[in-house]
Design a protein. Structure first.
Length: 329
């Protein structure tokens, strides 16, 4: 399949693996890229430019296909060494950066001069338009369904994607709630040029996380995520568990008075324990509603091959059959 996204990034299939904290290591990024998609290493998980350089080198040892690096710009005082990470990305010859969070404008000139393509993750059409204005090459439009941070507008992809298609000139991928060929074909119908998946790639053989995490996703239904930190305007969709219940109880009790310190026990520094030690009930961790559509743990190659094969059938048989009036109904 050829779309503006496959052409922009030089990939075979219009499928991207979004950056995921303590998940997006070289093993997963390389597996996705080797399967014809675009794998993404999560920059902040590495913590320093030196470690990011090592991780990029490891990924290059595992694939000769294009892969990217996610840079999530956090609104915090003690910011990580973003300029150093940008330098490492450029020096190592990585050609795609997925930006997320705060406006990445100050890093764009250097990245663009080095020929790096930038795809910015947005949860609102106005943010995607801003990304287009500042010179991003593409957008990843992340609906309310998504695992992680859906923003504060709560617009699901059935509305958000066609709205983005109406407004944007740069190509965009659909993100949030994407799992299979149905997701891909529907996204293409709504004007996207491909899709970005997080939670689905978390439940793959190569995702370098504890099996408890994968089993928790398999067991979860679409009813099992919760939105936390809304009172702090830092809303995150996470898998429900006892720690999340405690956190939500505090949010109800403290109301507008709540501060980050009140919920730090449930959210701060939890990812290593969850992802590496499998302590899935120890705190809040991102997970999308799409968990309800995830019932197996395939390899990335199996997953992407299945999506592309089924998409072909869906378009050529079901949709074409319906159009021509030859489909069995
Ligand atoms: C465990 C987990 C960690 C994530 N960490 C990040 C991150 O560090 N930076 C980022 O931009 N997005 C992060 N995301 C969001 C994903 O990149 C992607 O946009 C999102 O998962 C899409 O929704 P889906 O889970 O329904 O596929 C994370 C998602 C998950 C599930």
């Amino acid at each position: 399949m050829k779309t503006r996204i496959t052409e922009l990034f030089g990939i075979q299939h219009p499928i991207i693996q979004g950056g995921m904290h303590y998940v997006g290591y070289a093993e997963l990024a390389a597996a996705v890229s080797n399967a014809g998609g675009l794998g993404i290493i999560t920059g902040l998980t590495q913590g320093t430019p030196e470690k990011l350089a090592d991780e990029i080198a490891r990924c290059k040892d595992m694939t000769d296909k294009p892969f990217g690096v996610n840079l999530t710009f956090l609104p915090i005082l003690n910011a990580p060494d973003y300029p150093g990470m940008v330098r490492v990305i450029i020096e190592s010859g990585v050609k795609v950066v997925e930006t997320a969070g705060n406006n990445p404008v100050e890093y764009l000139p250097a990245l663009k001069e080095a020929g790096v393509k930038i795809i910015h993750k947005c949860t609102a059409v106005r943010h995607a338009l801003k990304a287009q204005t500042i010179g991003c090459d593409a957008a990843s439009v992340d609906g309310f369904e998504c695992g992680g941070h859906p923003g504060e507008d709560d617009i699901p992809n059935m509305i958000l994607l066609p709205r983005a298609a109406d407004e944007l000139e740069i190509p965009f991928v659909a993100s949030g709630g994407m799992a299979d060929a149905r997701s891909l074909v529907a996204s293409l119908a709504m004007g996207a040029e491909g899709m970005n998946m997080g939670t689905r790639f978390l439940a793959t053989k190569e995702a370098p996380v504890h099996d408890n995490v994968k089993q928790a996703i398999l067991q979860a239904t679409e009813l099992d995520t919760r939105l936390v930190m809304r009172p702090l305007r830092n809303t995150e969709r996470v898998l429900n568990n006892p720690a999340v219940e405690r956190l939500l109880q505090k949010e109800r009790e403290l109301g507008a008075e709540i501060g980050f310190a009140d919920i730090a026990d449930e959210v701060a520094g939890k990812y290593p324990g969850v992802m590496q030690q499998g302590e899935v009930d120890s705190g809040a961790w991102s997970c999308g509603m799409v968990a309800g559509l995830i019932n197996d743990i395939p390899s990335c190659q199996e997953l992407i091959d299945r999506i592309m094969r089924d998409a072909d059938q869906l378009i050529a048989q079901r949709l074409e059959g319906l159009r021509a009036g030859t489909a069995a109904i």
